[in-house]
Design a protein around this ligand. Structure first.
Ligand code: FAD
Length: 368
């Protein structure tokens, strides 16, 4: 009996679980190890905060998907990969041996970028950690009669979307004294997206009463305060860190070939470039043809990953994955309104939000 180990219940692996439920791989025992029984779909998370969805609507039950596929589910995190012995060690003390492994365990948030970040901020990842902390944070805002200041460090797509969503939630709760400040190192938020869309986002932030501290980095955190790179200090009651995707330490420590940032180097067949019995996809992977860290690419890699894991187990031919050139970015702005970008093109409107809502719901329906 061959042993296939899936590490992480990420966007690509939910496709693999679905494919295995439809057609199991003969003579193969499959195990999924992931720290939570559900996978929160990040695309809908801002909608949960803004009050558009319940958390259940944003969650894929990966334990049930695994059960449906006849796969053993181990609820734990992989903390060490022994590539020579072909086994992983989990946070719960379990050791799981494998013949073929696939890693879709997502990115982490690096809190070593500034002193005090680890102690005094809330990282957006693990997303379950944020989901657990959010009701308490909102309750603090409700109780703070003299005002509540929430800072978000990181004004990329996720940070900006969260700023809009949180401001919308504060408005919904009639918390007139609760304020959101978005901090980013570029002159405008949404780095990498079209200039017109970024300009649009700047005026929307202003319209919604969200303060954008541009061209500044947070360089030190204290209880109730953040020191910025322009030597100013701002007061905050809570600080959310939504800086870019960072790699977990254990893949590089295992001896797997990784890029300079610690992401697993994979070939177009999604196999490790140093250890072909290890596959990887999603944000934790560094593709041969690099793409931005984004759920879209993790989702698109899923079917090829599913095919190639099957091929690795049965000796069939692998497929090459050629990621699309552009990804569609849909950024909700709180009030059932969204911005869209495709390459250099951009648009916005309530209809864009409805379009995003349809895409997201369809994605979730597939795995419910
Ligand atoms: C607020 C927010 C909104 C976003 N919106 C969008 C969007 O609209 N569109 C878009 O394309 N992208 C969006 N993103 C980015 C998107 O979330 C990521 O690019 C995407 O999640 C990457 O998918 P993944 O499969 O690599 O990892 P993930 O989705 O992070 O999944 C990783 C899985 O592995 C598990 N895991 C973690 N560590 C371990 C471990 N050590 N061992 C085992 N399992 C582990 C996790 O619990 C999780 O189940 C957003 C991000 C955020 C924070």
């Amino acid at each position: 009996m061959r042993r296939l180990l899936l590490i992480g219940g990420g966007h690509a692996h939910v496709h693999v679980l679905d494919a295995l439920a439809r057609e199991p791989i003969p003579d193969t025992e499959v195990t999924l190890v992931s720290p939570f029984p559900r996978q929160i779909y990040s695309g809908m998370l801002p909608g949960w905060i803004a009050g558009h969805y319940s958390i259940e609507q944003c969650a894929i039950q990966i334990d049930l998907l695994a059960k449906r596929a006849g796969i053993r589910f181990v609820q734990s995190a992989c903390i060490e990969l022994d590539i020579e012995a072909k086994q992983v060690r989990c946070a719960n003390g379990q050791t799981i041996p494998f013949d073929i492994a696939s890693i879709d365990s997502g990115p982490t948030v690096d809190l070593s970028f500034a002193p005090g970040a680890l102690e005094y901020t809330l990282p957006i990842r693990p997303i379950e950690g944020f989901v657990t902390a959010w009701p308490g944070l909102l309750e603090r805002a409700r109780l703070a009669t003299s005002g509540f200041k929430l800072a978000i460090v990181g004004d990329g797509a996720a940070g900006t979307e969260l700023a809009f969503a949180i401001q919308q939630r504060f408005a919904l709760e009639k918390l007139a004294n609760a304020r959101v400040t978005l901090i980013g190192s570029n002159a405008q938020p949404l780095s990498g997206l079209p200039a017109r869309l970024r300009k649009n986002a700047v005026s929307l932030l202003k319209q919604r009463g969200i303060k954008h501290l541009a061209s500044r980095r947070a360089i030190e955190f204290f209880p109730g305060q953040i020191r910025l790179s322009d030597s100013t200090t701002i007061a905050c009651d809570a600080c959310l860190v939504v800086t870019g995707a960072a790699a977990p330490a254990w893949p590089a420590a295992s001896g797997l070939a990784c890029d300079e940032n610690g992401f697993i180097r994979v070939t177009p067949t999604l196999q490790s470039s140093s250890h072909p019995f290890v596959f990887s996809a999603g944000d934790v992977a560094a593709y041969a043809d690099p793409r931005p860290k984004s759920g879209v690419f993790a989702v698109r890699a899923g079917p090829v990953l599913a095919n190639n894991l099957r091929a690795a187990c049965t000796g069939n031919t692998m497929q090459r994955w050629e990621p699309q050139g552009n990804a569609l970015y849909l950024i909700s702005t709180g009030k059932r309104h969204a911005l869209a970008a495709w390459g250099a093109l951009s648009t916005s409107g309530n209809w864009v939000w409805r379009w995003k809502d349809r895409i997201d719901r369809r994605f979730m329906q597939r795995f419910s």
